[in-house]
Structure formats: structure tokens, C-alpha cells
Ligand binder design. Structure first.
Ligand SMILES: *Cc1c(COP(=O)(O)O)cnc(C)c1O
Length: 470
């Protein structure tokens, strides 16, 4: 056994030989010789270890073993890691899949702007230093009714900045039912602690009353904070206090009323099944002094955080050092300006996530039918007969923490295997194609939800099937 192992290890080709393998040349052009060598070394270490641990058959070909392992590693690294893909899950604001896709006009603006110098912090009028926030502040005011606004790199940053600037060393009153965690890394109690504010928790998990807030207000109170319980719902015997009541109490006692809205709905989605989510304008009109929200959730823009509301409070935030660390880059601002102008012009239908949420069942059914016909024709053409292709009703979701526990009715293409690979395996194969397709799996059937397919992505789906079965 020991001899066999030594024989195997000795027969692994030298680095020199490996680097001169024919397939290595093109990958060296992609990665450079040093990186390729490092990846070969990783593969060599792994193979030697596996051979010693008895995980490799010692009567196999060592040259082939190292080549297989190294080739997988090196090819993987030569591909772009951040990949464009097709979201066929029916979850419109999918945080793992990059949330909001941008419309062509926004992409054009950020491409044009970032390819050269820009007026990012320059006033063309005076020829002196300008403000990066100024490019979008007026527009945010127009579409939300806020007196003033400031932007950060995301909403977590917006909440942190607002609390740091307005409540550091003082108390923030928040309902126990709203101490939420979002996406594992954003927790209200932690953000509060990090900002230097003291959290004063009121009420119980299911019920908080106005008197709870009233009793908690003292000398040290800076803010009454309301948080959108983003990704969950408490059902049954529940009570929370309306923003109208909280803000009236805050005004009466001379403290700030702040709401972390999360989603940043700008205008109604026009669906009777999606009521209850206030727009930013409604929130401010209800008396909330400042609100924070994301740019890439229901608003449908790039990753950004917004603080909007009272001019006096925004001015206090504007001067805070933390803003420098959370500032927005020029590509994001360029795209965000375009999106805000779409709302201003009444063109919200051109914003992909808004349009996707608004798609009617009839429209989705037609799309699913058309795609299923094309897919059936393709599989016929490729003489693949082991799958049934049809259409099905689906439960889609808005996602991004908006409208938790509520699905919206959609349609999809359902692929059922009779003798081919099963749905889980097929979905894994679809993730490995040139343009990966992320599909749903339901009762061992593959489901392609059409709500989240962008224009032209039917072709990408067909291309992926052609790649797998062609
Ligand atoms: C999503 C969300 C956040 C975090 O926003 P990011 O833009 O992802 O940083 C914070 N609060 C609420 C209520 C949210 O829904």
C-alpha cells in the first residue's frame, strides 16, 4: 500500500510538464502564468492529500487525476465571477440575485458617465466645488414631498447615519414587535448599539400601545422609531400603533419621529391584492419627521439608501463624518437620477421591478404559453422526448421584505421529466449554462416563472436548454 502510494505520488507530472499542457495556454492568457501556477499547486496539494487519505484509486492515472482537478479549478477562475443570469423564480426583488434590474436608460447613463470625468462634486455654474448629493436631492423632494433628502450607499447605512447624527448618547424608543433582523446582517438592536444610541424597548412581541410609547419618553429620549417589520408578519392577537399616533405623540413631546420604511414605495402599484404598504409621501404626510428606505427594492433603482424628511433634521445629518464613509458612487447616482426622473415624468412602467409587479395574470399566461410552445418545439428539434412541457399557475412574490406572507398569482412553464434527469438535477444544469437560469422546483417539476423574465430572456432560456440537450 505504502509503495503503491509512493509510486502514485512520484508519477504526478512536474509543474513544468503541467504548464506546457495544450489546454493551459489559452487559460494562461486569461489569468497570467503566476495565477495558473498557483492553481496547479492548490490542485497538487489537494490530490496528494486525497491520495494519502485513500480518497483516490491508486491504480488510476496520476497525470489524468491532476489534469482533471486543475482544469476544473483553472477554468472556473477564468470565468467572470459576478455573472449576469436569468431570474425565473418569480421573486421580483430577489436580494441574492441583485434585487432590481435597471432599465436601459439608466444603464446608458451610468455607462456614459463612468467612462469619463463628471460633475460629481463640481458646480458647472460657479466652476467650484459642488455637492454630490445635489444631483438627486431636488428629484427626491419632488417624488416624495420631503423638504430635504440625503443619500447613502444603502438603507442600512441610512439608518445608521440618521441614528448616529440624531440620537448618539440618547434614547431611541422602539416597539418589541419591530426589533427585526433583515438578511442576517441588519438587526435593529445592533444598529442602534452601533450608532451609540440607547435602545428603549416598549410593548410586547405581539402588542404595543400608544401609552407604552408615552410612558417611555423621558429627558433622554431623542427618537420614537418605527420599523417596517420587513420579512415577517405576526398574526392573531396583535396591536401596533399607527404612524399618525406615534408622530402626533412625538410632536407633542418635542422628540423626533423616524420610520425605517425599508421598501421605498414611490407610487401605488395599482394592485388590489397588494394594499397596506404606504408610499414615502404618505408616510411623511402622516407626520413622520424622517424616513429611510432602499433604492433597490420597490423603488426599482440601484443600491442606495435615502433619508428624507424635515430640512432641519437633514441638515444635522449632512454634516456628520459618517456620511463620508457611506457616500454614494457616481455610477449609482447616475442610474438613480434616471429612475427618479422616470417617476417625475409618470413613466414608472419603464422601471423593471414596477412593471413586473404590475403584470396581469392574462399577460403572464400568454407569455408562459408562448415560451412553452417554443421550448416544446426546441426539444422536438433536438429529439428530446423524455420531458413534458406545459404551463402552470404559480405563486410569485414581491420579495425584498415587502408584502411578507403574501404571494401574487402568476404563470410559469412547467417541465416534467418522464425518463430524463429529474427537476433538481435539471435546475442544477441550468445554473451551469453560459447564461445561468435560476428556476423554481415544485414537486419534482421544474417551473420557469415568467413574471421575472426580462425582454429577450425567453431566448436565453431556450439557449440554455439547447446547451444542455443539443
Ligand atoms: C431592506 C431593509 C433594510 C436594509 O436595507 P439595505 O438597502 O439592504 O441596506 C433596512 N430596514 C428595512 C425595514 C428593510 O426592509
Amino acid at each position: 500500500m505504502k509503495n503503491e502510494l509512493q509510486k502514485f505520488l512520484r508519477a504526478i507530472p512536474s509543474m513544468e510538464t503541467l504548464l506546457s499542457l495544450p489546454w493551459v495556454e489559452s487559460l494562461t492568457l486569461e489569468l497570467g502564468r503566476e495565477a495558473v501556477k498557483a492553481l496547479f499547486n492548490e490542485a497538487l496539494l489537494e490530490l496528494r492529500r486525497d491520495a494519502r487519505d485513500g480518497k483516490v484509486p491508486l491504480d488510476g492515472d496520476p497525470a489524468k487525476a491532476i489534469e482533471d482537478r486543475a482544469r476544473r479549478r483553472i477554468s472556473q477562475r477564468a470565468k467572470s465571477s459576478l455573472a449576469r443570469l436569468v431570474n425565473a423564480t418569480g421573486v421580483v426583488i430577489h436580494t441574492n440575485l441583485g434585487r432590481s434590474p435597471l432599465p436601459p436608460e439608466a444603464i446608458e447613463a451610468l455607462t456614459h458617465l463612468s467612462g469619463g470625468y463628471s460633475s460629481l462634486e463640481y458646480s458647472l455654474e460657479s466652476g467650484t466645488r459642488g455637492q454630490r448629493n445635489a444631483h438627486v436631492e431636488w428629484l427626491i423632494r419632488q417624488v416624495t414631498g420631503a423638504e430635504a433628502a440625503i443619500v447613502t450607499n444603502n438603507n442600512a447605512g441610512a439608518v445608521l447615519l440618521a441614528l448616529s447624527a440624531l440620537a448618539r448618547g440618547r434614547e431611541v424608543v422602539v416597539s418589541s414587535g419591530e426589533l427585526v433582523e433583515i438578511g442576517g446582517s441588519f438587526r435593529i438592536p445592533d444598529i442602534l448599539a452601533f450608532s451609540g444610541a440607547k435602545m428603549v424597548q416598549v410593548g410586547c412581541t405581539n402588542c404595543t400601545h400608544l401609552r407604552d410609547y408615552r410612558d417611555a419618553i423621558g429627558e433622554e429620549t431623542a427618537i420614537l422609531l418605527k420599523v417596517h417589520p420587513s420579512n415577517y408578519r405576526i398574526q392573531g392577537f396583535t396591536e401596533s400603533v399607527s404612524r399618525e399616533d406615534i408622530s402626533a405623540l412625538a410632536r407633542e413631546r418635542g422628540v423626533i419621529c423616524m420610520e425605517d420604511m425599508g421598501s421605498g414605495l414611490i407610487e401605488s402599484l395599482g394592485r388590489s391584492d397588494l394594499g397596506g404598504e404606504p408610499t414615502v409621501r404618505e408616510c411623511l404626510a402622516a407626520g413622520v419627521d424622517i424616513v429611510t428606505f432602499s433604492g433597490d427594492k420597490l423603488l426599482g433603482g440601484p443600491q442606495i439608501g435615502c433619508i428624507a424628511g424635515s430640512a432641519a433634521l437633514i441638515d444635522r445629518i449632512r454634516g456628520h463624518q459618517l456620511l463620508r464613509a457611506l457616500r454614494v458612487d457616481k455610477m449609482t447616482l447616475a442610474a438613480f437620477e434616471v429612475i427618479l426622473r422616470m417617476y417625475l415624468k409618470g413613466q414608472s412602467d419603464r422601471i423593471p421591478v414596477v412593471a413586473m409587479i404590475r403584470r396581469s395574470e392574462d399577460e403572464l399566461r400568454e407569455r408562459a404559453e408562448a415560451l412553452s410552445q417554443k421550448l416544446r418545439a426546441l426539444l422536438d428539434e433536438l429529439s428530446v422526448s423524455s420531458y413534458d412541457v406545459g404551463i402552470t399557475e404559480t405563486d410569485d412574490a414581491v420579495g425584498g421584505g415587502s408584502f411578507p406572507a403574501r404571494s401574487i398569482a402568476g404563470w410559469g412553464v412547467v417541465v416534467t421529466s418522464r425518463a430524463g434527469i429529474g427537476a433538481t438535477k435539471l435546475s442544477a444544469r441550468l445554473r451551469e449554462t453560459g447564461t445561468p437560469i435560476i428556476a423554481g422546483v415544485r414537486e419534482d417539476k421544474l417551473v420557469l416563472h415568467v413574471r421575472t423574465l426580462l425582454d429577450g430572456e425567453d431566448e436565453a432560456v431556450l439557449g440554455a436548454f439547447r446547451e444542455i440537450f443539443g
